[in-house]
Design a protein around this ligand. Structure first.
Ligand code: KG4
Ligand code: ZN
Length: 338
């Protein structure tokens, strides 16, 4: 088998990322975070595309340099086609198209959610790969999905959120508590010091394997407003317990659906991905299912869990092997199915 070198570009939201893969191994994985959004309490699309425009050339140069690869050695270029913010996607796709044309190499379009799932197939010491079929739980700031993965290109969404994503549930709860954006990691941090049973928030009743998180956010808002009327320092005095209780509820919601998905499909291999899988409570709870229910769980290396280009590269590699290529008339898509 000849060596395949893929340059992968990810620019779907607020991170500009580039990676070089040699077959299924990552040679470099560079991410430029856009700190500008924190002061606005969320990603501002117009600012995101402008920052991608500024970052993309240095990020790709850095990825090539770190991998010690010349452009001329590349076998193909993979980019995120969607889902994501249109202005952000266009920066990555335009760059990928031009470079592929200039180098006369194949162009590969990658679905960001597909990439979060196939990230488990990056060859990385100390990390096992799932075998088909398995269930993927993709939890990020933009998505919440349970996907039945039969093969690299045979995936079925069996459950997804009907409103907010899990990451939004974390970030919006954090905002209610006055924490800066993105609040998910902070809720996690305080939750580790608190009592998860201190406060009870009702879980939404959603049929089947779908999720809903907007009701939880509203319940938390009303709860905090009421408590603050009684005690203006309620948040400050109970921050750890509030965070622990919110996180506990979110994990329960996820676990209830996962248990149902395992029951319905008979599949006990669970692979998680997306930024929220960095959550320490989720990791711990999932690990516990191995002894408790005989599940086998897979959590990728942290840098392949949050938005990154290495995961785009591994889908690119699989598509290269199967020769699934695009012409430069391929279009970016804000919404996209598998
Ligand atoms: O996958 P990702 O980097 O970007 C998206 O595609 O959305 O996910 C970002 C999301 C944010 O909502 C962030 O608050 C959340 O992941 N997040 C966490 C943690 N680390 C990141 N949520 C809870 N606990 C964490 N430790
Ligand atoms: Zn993502």
């Amino acid at each position: 088998n000849p060596e395949v070198f893929i340059l992968a570009i990810e620019s779907s939201c607020d991170d500009t990322a580039a990676a070089i893969l040699q077959n299924d191994k990552v040679l470099s994985n560079v991410v430029a975070n856009q700190l500008i959004h924190a002061q606005y309490g969320g990603v501002v699309p117009e600012l995101a595309s402008r920052a991608h425009q500024q970052n993309i050339v240095p990020v790709i140069d850095a990825a090539l340099r770190k991998a010690n690869i010349q452009k001329e050695q590349l076998s193909a270029i993979a980019f995120t086609q969607g889902p994501g913010l249109m202005g952000s996607l266009l920066v990555g796709s335009s760059f990928a198209k031009s470079l592929a044309l200039a180098l006369k190499i194949p162009l590969i379009a990658v679905n960001h959610m597909h990439a979060h799932i196939l990230a488990h197939f990056i060859d990385e010491e100390g990390f096992d790969k799932p075998t088909f079929p398995f269930l993927a739980l993709t939890i990020s700031g933009g998505h919440t999905q349970i996907v039945k993965v039969n093969d690299f290109f045979d995936l079925t969404i069996i459950g997804e959120t009907t409103d907010d994503a899990v990451g939004e549930a974390f970030d919006k709860s954090a905002k209610i508590l006055g924490l800066p954006y993105p609040g998910g990691p902070l809720v996690d941090k305080y939750a580790q010091l608190g009592n998860p049973k201190a406060f009870v928030f009702t879980k939404p009743k959603v049929p089947g394997l779908d999720f809903s998180f907007s009701g939880l956010k509203t319940a938390i808002l009303y709860f905090i407003q009421k408590k603050k009327l009684e005690n203006p320092n309620f948040i400050e005095e109970n921050l750890n317990d509030i965070c622990a209780s919110i996180q506990f509820t979110i994990i329960e919601i996820l676990m209830d659906k996962l248990k149902l998905a395992v029951k319905e499909t008979g599949i006990k291999q669970i692979a998680i991905g997306g930024g929220v899988s960095a959550n320490s409570g989720i990791r711990k709870t999932l690990k516990e299912t191995e002894n408790k229910y005989g599940w086998k769980t897979f959590i990728p290396k942290f840098e392949y869990t949050t938005d990154n280009a290495a995961m785009i590269g591994i889908v690119g590699y699989q598509k290269f092997l199967t020769e699934i290529f695009e012409t430069s008339s391929v279009v970016s898509k804000a919404r996209i199915q598998f």
